[in-house]
Design a protein around this ligand. Sequence first.
Ligand code: ATP
Length: 234
Amino acid sequence: MPETMLKVKDLHAWYGESHVLHGMDFEVPKGEIVTLLGRNGAGKTTTLRCIIGLLKKREGSITFKGEEMIGQSANVIARSGIAFCPEERGIFSSLSVLENLLLPPKVAEGGMSLERIYELFPILKERGKSQGTKLSGGEQQMLAIARILRSGARLLLLDEPTEGLAPVIVQQIGDIIGSLRDEGFTILLVEQNFRFAERMGDRHFVVEHGQVIDRFERSEVEANREKIAGYLGV
Ligand code: ATP
């Protein structure tokens, strides 16, 4: 069993008075792709926002490489090596592709070089001078992932990276995420697209009403296909 990179234990969270996470429990082994699956409103995005420190009203434990992250600021968490790529992509649309890449979110040591970024995403080199607003959805998603790679983070939290993208682009993004795992990155992926989650994930946690209600390793998915479809309502 590889070392645990991230461990979430009995995590509760609130938006104002509204209690939305009710004891989330899961762990992400180093070098794996782990998915959080579940219907709209189950609490997946909220979980990512808690990990990165954007949602402050949280209780329980979130350890990253053994260090407690509850109580730490979003800046400290980012500098410790966790990066979040939100569903809305978080790029600066008024800036060019290159300017976005030269403005990493939170600079840490060991960010990926532009050369390596361009190997992984050749389209970003071609589109270097284009403004963010002129990019297709797929190009924006690639730029968003590239930006967090510039930060030097080794744990990547990706919120629905394939949403709204054409199948051929989804395939490309999957290839890139797979290469990142092969390079030793650890990835926590929130997905509604079960086919994509199934392709990418080494293990899966099913979230419902702010709790993990089931879990499957890659080898267990085939035998539990109907059960998982039931959880996701597909
Ligand atoms: P989705 O894919 O729709 O984002 P999700 O599983 O990521 O689904 P969350 O976005 O984490 O779900 O939402 C969990 C619960 O928190 C839902 O009931 C949602 O309505 C509520 N919620 C989300 N964001 C806020 C907010 N900013 N203020 C108040 N409640 C919120």
